[in-house]
Ligand binder design. Sequence first.
Ligand code: SF4
Length: 300
Amino acid sequence: MLIQIEGLKPRAAPRLPEWLRKPQRNVEADHDLKRMLRTRGLHTVCEEARCPNRNDCFARGAATFMILGDTCSRSCGFCSVKTGRGLPMESLTDEPEQVAEAAALLDLRYVVITSVNRDELPDGGAAHFAKTISAVRRRLPRSRIEVLTPDFKGNREALRTVLDARPDTFNHNVETVPRLYGRVRPQADYRQSLEVLLNARLHSAEVLTKSGFMVGLGERPGEVESLLEDLRAHSVDVVTIGQYLQPTRAHLPVEEYVYPDLFERYKEYGERLGFRAVFSGPLVRSSYMAEMVHGEAKSN
Ligand code: SF4
């Protein structure tokens, strides 16, 4: 298949290497979970982002709930979530309880809550995040909760609202190296995202802070190492590094399928910088094995 990028000579799309080919199994469990979620009007980022690990996670009873509807106010070049005007908040009043009920039905020990961006809302949806954390906490007092949030446009009050609900892990993805922000995250700001992570740390010594990014979008290894240094300088505890996969031809092309040994090099570099846990591998995603990330992080 030829890729045609404006102003660039058409070139063949790189073939999916064997280390990224993952057999889809447990389709039955997949369908049951989807049915259960649909009847409650719930969405998972697993499905919206076509995550290659969803069968595994569903089979393990792990899922990442996407709140605040399925329409985002932004249009990141790598993301298959639809862009447009978000659902009215009145139609989402029951969502926190619905998420809590679904998590209880799945008997989840580790619940990940993420969302689309709702830049049009005064608090970016922060109060809705807090309500969802509290609802899950009431239903599953012994389970751990991770939130993967937007940048709330740097609004510290909004951030405080989420953290006052006491999630166990606060995650905000930087997604890529600063040089590529224009193509990959045009509505976001690299420095602002680092500030969000540092402010989360300053807000609570208890919460585990976490960030993640993709590789294979044209970044250079030196840029990845500088990014890891920046995250450590902003007191981030856990980092995830995974391979970018093109969701559709309308999204950014894969510039490179990064070899597993380079992921290993990034992992070693991150551990030398002092991260409590570095998860780096072709199929690693920000919520993949999130319970491990948390468990692992606490032990070492
Ligand atoms: S802000 Fe998040 S949900 Fe919205 S387009 Fe970007 S990655 Fe996708």
